[in-house]
Design a protein around this ligand. Structure first.
Ligand code: C2E
Ligand code: CA
Ligand code: CA
Ligand code: CA
Length: 274
């Protein structure tokens, strides 16, 4: 179950007297976490369900907190966003995503890696200057990275987002709209923004036995086709869901049916060493 932001503030305030101090604590802890590599990226395979080939992975961050143990993103991403210290996470994730792709290439594997970027990072020009610098050393790296952004973030800040997404695409990155269909209902931005991929949210995929949810999934796939975009479905847990999706011509998917998110080592062992 999702916890509220206040739960996390309280969680961080346990040994501290007030919420402001708790917010300061998480900022300095995230900064340290970046410096000391306390984060870890788990990889979940993205699969072509027609050929049964793994075509890439989504990187999902975890935090090995020195005092609080293993933290999933819902325990710290919302707080990191609200304090602005999300940049430490995002910078670390980019650095490590680049390393993962370099390592894959050294092993002869051409796969894509999707990373999640928070809404508010879209306004961080400094971050994007650093990313630009990092990929300037090897521009081909960008073409292997898909940046996943949630729909609501795009709609809230469309003029700014438009410029930024165009810049990122010019660098070679692919852009995916995450949780498509969940957030805001404005579709007009699809014609105004240049994106590459629509990602169908798990909330629709796991209810496809209901006619209306199936209709939404079918519509998103149709929309993607009409806009010349790729489509990928997330949260596939059953063979039947996979069959339904492929009958609707959605060929890419990820979910527990194929694999839970696993460590980079495990991923490489399982999907690279053939
Ligand atoms: P998301 O981007 O929508 O990622 C999908 C989430 O669904 C992941 O949870 C994944 O482990 C989970 N999942 C994948 N397949 C299945 C399935 O078949 N069934 C079910 N029930 N769940 C499945 P996770 O790893 O806990 O991540 C939660 C959210 O945290 C992500 O949602 C994303 O919004 C955010 N997040 C993760 N990593 C990062 C990051 O590096 N940066 C930022 N800003 N956000 C991140
Ligand atoms: Ca995602
Ligand atoms: Ca998603
Ligand atoms: Ca989500």
């Amino acid at each position: 179950a999702k916890k509220s932001l206040m739960d996390d503030v309280v969680f961080y305030s346990q040994d501290i007297s007030d919420d402001a101090a708790a917010l300061l604590t998480i900022s300095s802890e995230l900064k340290q976490a970046k410096a000391q590599d306390q984060f870890e990226l788990l990889l979940q395979p993205q699969v072509n369900i027609v050929s049964n080939q793994v075509v890439g992975a989504e990187a999902l961050v975890r935090w090995h907190h020195p005092k609080r143990g293993f933290l999933t993103p819902d325990r710290f991403i919302p707080l990191a966003e609200s304090t602005g210290s999300i940049r430490f996470v995002t910078e670390w994730v980019f650095q490590h995503a680049i390393r993962i792709i370099q390592n894959w290439r050294e092993q002869g594997a051409e796969m894509t890696l999707s990373i999640n970027v928070s809404a508010m990072e879209l306004s961080n020009r400094k971050l994007f200057n650093r990313i630009a610098q990092a990929v300037k050393l090897d521009p081909t790296i960008a073409s292997a990275i898909t940046i996943e952004i949630v729909e609501s973030a795009i709609v809230e800040n469309i003029e700014f987002t438009k410029v930024l997404l165009a810049d990122l695409r010019a660098m070679g990155f692919k852009i995916a709209i995450d949780d498509f269909g969940i957030g805001f209902s404005s579709l007009s931005y699809l014609s105004r923004l240049s994106v590459d991929i629509l990602k169908i949210d798990r909330a629709f995929v796991n209810k496809m036995e209901f006619e209306k949810d199936l209709a939404i999934v079918r519509s998103i796939i149709g929309l993607a086709k009409n806009f010349n975009l790729s489509v990928i479905a997330e949260g596939i847990e059953t063979q039947e869901q996979a069959r339904t999706l492929s009958s609707l011509n959605c060929t890419k998917a990820q979910g527990y049916l194929f694999s839970k998110p696993i460590s980079v080592d495990q991923f490489n062992k399982q999907y690279l060493d053939k």
